[in-house]
Design a protein around this ligand. Structure first.
Ligand code: COA
Length: 334
């Protein structure tokens, strides 16, 4: 175990997993009143993967985690912490422990972290605190969501946007420089109503004058235009702040890795930051918005395609429900 303070963070491996079932825009147009042209031109999405009823969040998360561990060359038994960023757990009490059991990570403590589409960035910063203080050496951070469970499949304004998946990174302690270069995290609950999946209680009288609320969660509701406005304003701001803290200039950024919500948001943010389109990582077309999974899923694909190389500087940012948003500037690799 690492005994002293001052350990740096390395990002040693990544992995991802998506369901086999793919749903095209054409199929979507047979479900709701929409078209491939509308979806592709407004969002950049062409396909999304959807989990079957027998595919659990835990299965996807564990698969992504296993692949990240294999790339990092770290055994599950050597993990100290598993963080599962998700808004769609299999169990409201938390799914991270099931992932821990599935992986055989017997020494790891595991817990869920909920910050919607910012979950991965919030998780990366959380994991880094444990590593930097010397508390834990090996952390598996997984972002996974099965939003298809909570989408209103009769609402064309939202159902076309989302897909299911999982992505993971292994973060380890290193004495050779800290690769999480800077970050900035933000929340604004006063705008919660623009995008939520809220619990609605129904009165249930028990005995005497004792009544409790027992209800269910709404399908996802969203004010698309407000969320769009929020993203294109706040995301460049938070990236600039994180770059400032990292002492990294925009010219030194190799890749812009944003939460994959909408190609137009990706383009607008890159434009404001004056980053060329060639530096923007996008897998929107194939996956849609996979919430907490989207950043590590896009990272994993770009690493395995050989696009992202060890030492590259990545400016990543998550944003979404809460509202929450945050940026992390990191160098890929050990
Ligand atoms: N197919 C066809 N028409 C659709 C449609 C669909 N899937 N969804 C909405 N429309 C219609 C609307 O009903 C509206 O019709 P009307 O003018 O007759 O009322 C019209 O298209 C324009 O709707 P609007 O909501 O103004 O579209 P938009 O240009 O804002 O695009 C989004 C909608 C959702 C693509 C866009 O607002 C967006 O991407 N917002 C951010 C959402 C997001 O990223 N959320 C997740 C963040 S983590």
């Amino acid at each position: 175990m690492l005994q002293q303070f001052g350990a740096g963070v390395a990002i040693a491996g990544c992995g991802s997993a998506t369901p086999d079932t793919s749903m095209s825009n054409e199929a979507m147009s047979r479900l709701v009143d929409t078209s491939d042209e509308w979806i592709a031109s407004r969002t950049g999405i062409q396909n999304r993967r959807l989990a079957r009823p027998d595919e659990s969040l835990c299965t996807l998360a564990a698969q992504a985690g296993q692949r990240a561990l294999a790339m990092a060359g770290i055994a599950a038994a050597d993990l100290d912490l598993i963080l599962l960023a998700t808004s769609t757990p299999d169990d409201l009490f938390g799914t991270a422990s099931q992932v821990q059991a599935d992986l055989g990570a017997t020494q790891a403590v595991a817990f869920d972290l909920t910050a919607a589409c910012s979950g991965f960035v919030f998780g990366m910063v959380t994991a880094a605190q444990f590593i930097r203080t010397g508390t834990y050496r090996n952390v598996l951070l997984i972002g996974a969501d099965v939003l298809s469970r909570w989408v209103d499949w009769s609402d064309r304004r939202t159902c076309v946007l989302f897909g299911d998946g999982a992505g993971a990174v292994v973060m380890t302690a290193t004495q050779e420089g800290d690769r999480l270069l800077g970050f900035e995290l933000r929340s604004d609950g006063s705008q919660n109503h623009y995008l939520n999946l809220a619990y609605t209680p129904q009165e249930k009288p028990l005995v005497d004058d004792i009544t409790i609320g027992q209800g269910s969660f709404h399908p996802i509701t969203m004010n698309g235009q407000e969320v769009y406005r929020f993203a294109v304003k706040r995301v460049p701001e938070v990236i600039e702040k994180a770059l400032f803290r990292a002492n990294v200039s925009i010219e030194q950024v190799d890749w812009l890795l944003l939460h994959q919500a909408n190609q137009r948001i990706l383009d607008a943010v890159a434009d404001r930051l004056q980053l060329p389109a060639a530096k923007v990582i996008s897998n929107m077309a194939n996956h849609g918005n996979t919430s907490a999974a989207s950043i590590p899923l896009a990272l994993d694909e770009a690493v395995r395609q050989g696009k992202i190389q060890p030492g590259d500087v990545i400016a990543s940012a998550g944003f979404g429900a809460g509202l929450t948003w945050g940026a992390a500037i990191f160098r890929w690799g050990r």
